[in-house]
Design a protein around this ligand. Structure first.
Ligand SMILES: Cc1cc2nc3c(=O)[nH]c(=O)nc-3n(C[C@H](O)[C@H](O)[C@H](O)COP(=O)(O)OP(=O)(O)OC[C@H]3O[C@@H](n4cnc5c(N)ncnc54)[C@H](O)[C@@H]3O)c2cc1C
Length: 336
């Protein structure tokens, strides 16, 4: 054996033994190390939470070269436990996402980039996506699984309680606070309908209109006939301990104990690249897609919360899987 080949041998065996002793998988490590060397992909997925990862898994299994760009800000990150996703009920959002990412990492053709996609453009044979560090990646097709951003109202304590005791959905969190002293922040038709729905989970219900009620007199009578209280006082603050609501303080100085409150926040799209690339939005502000998650622009798909009001982990992953299968089929047939 020459001295050079001995050196080579030593290097190879040290890498091999490192893979045995390191607390992580060497192949995955090398994959990360070299991830930015590759610039051209079949598909770029922007957004690597539940929906983006589900799309990534379908595409990895279809042998497509995929880059998943994600900046790690899923909408449910503040919620202590996630519910109503079969097999994962009661897990933390992070546990679900970590397991999902681990499973997607097993597919060799998938690469990850931690960062923010800031710009997109059409190219001759597809698209390019620029990230905030300046790098540009290219792909024949794009998937946006970028979610939405909830806009918090300017009530003190609201943002801190969001997802913990200020809740967006009874199917996700209603069971945990069933029967408790519960509020609804809303007015008009929305406040009325939300109150009717939430009465299923608790009979101790108060509708806070946060100012003058615009319920019709018929709606008011109906709610009162079901013992739903209506309070028109202006809210000053949500008093809480570590996000767990204790009481509502009104501008007039009075307080009322409440354990949970349902509310709908305004939202905006997390990522405006689809719109900039010409994808149509619905009147409500979601990305318009068909039943295969295709947007109005050929080659661009969208999935998850950015496309629908039906906001659950199960629905987001289902849409991601659909997008992944549909986009790979489209490519397979186009390339044939
Ligand atoms: C407070 C709260 C609690 C919830 N609780 C439950 C529950 O208990 N059960 C349930 O089923 N559902 C729950 N949901 C709904 C569920 O969390 C969402 O439906 C789900 O997270 C949507 O998945 P998504 O992949 O579409 O978007 P998200 O999970 O929001 O992920 C979007 C991802 O895209 C990334 N991203 C966005 N823009 C860019 C960009 N330009 N570049 C790079 N990355 C980008 C973000 O960082 C993020 O990682 C809850 C929602 C909220 C708000």
């Amino acid at each position: 054996m020459t001295s050079i080949s001995r050196r080579k041998f030593a290097r190879i065996s040290s890498i091999a033994s490192l893979s045995l002793i390191l607390p992580f998988n060497l192949k995955a490590f090398l994959k990360y190390k070299h991830m930015t060397d590759i610039k051209h992909f079949d598909i770029i997925i922007v957004g690597g939470s539940y929906s983006g990862l589900a799309a990534g898994m379908a595409l990895g299994r279809a042998l497509k070269k995929v880059l998943i760009i994600d900046n790690g800000q899923p909408c449910n990150r503040q919620t202590p436990t996630s519910h109503n996703f079969i097999t994962q009920d009661g897990k933390t959002p992070k546990e679900i996402a970590t397991l999902a990412k681990h499973q997607v990492e097993q597919y060799d053709t998938i690469r990850f980039f931690n960062g923010l996609a800031i710009k997109g453009a059409k190219t001759n044979n597809g698209f390019e996506i620029q990230v905030s560090s300046g790098e540009i990646f290219f792909a024949k097709k794009l998937i946006f699984a970028t979610g939405i951003k909830d806009i918090m109202p300017s009530i003190e304590g609201y943002a801190e309680c969001w997802g913990i005791s200020v809740l967006h959905c009874p199917y996700c969190h209603g069971y945990e606070v069933k029967g408790g002293k519960t509020g609804i922040l809303g007015n008009g038709n929305f406040g009325f309908e939300f109150s009717v729905l939430i009465l299923n989970w608790t009979k101790d219900l108060t509708l806070f209109t946060d100012g003058k009620s615009v319920l019709t007199s018929e709606q008011t009578v109906k709610l009162q006939s079901h013992n739903i209280k209506i309070i028109e006082k202006v809210i000053e603050k949500l008093e809480h301990k570590c996000g767990y609501l204790e009481s509502i303080r009104f501008k007039d100085g009075s307080t009322l104990p409440v354990r949970a409150m349902y509310a709908h926040s305004e939202f905006k799209q997390n990522c405006m690249i689809p719109k900039d690339l010409g994808c149509e939005l619905t009147e409500e502000g979601y990305i318009k897609v068909d039943n295969l998650q295709k947007t109005s622009i050929h080659g661009i798909f969208a999935c998850g919360d950015n496309t629908t009001r039906m906001r659950t982990v199960a629905n987001s992953t289902a849409m991601g899987t659909t997008a992944g299968i549909a986009i790979s089929k489209e490519m397979i047939f186009e390339d044939f």
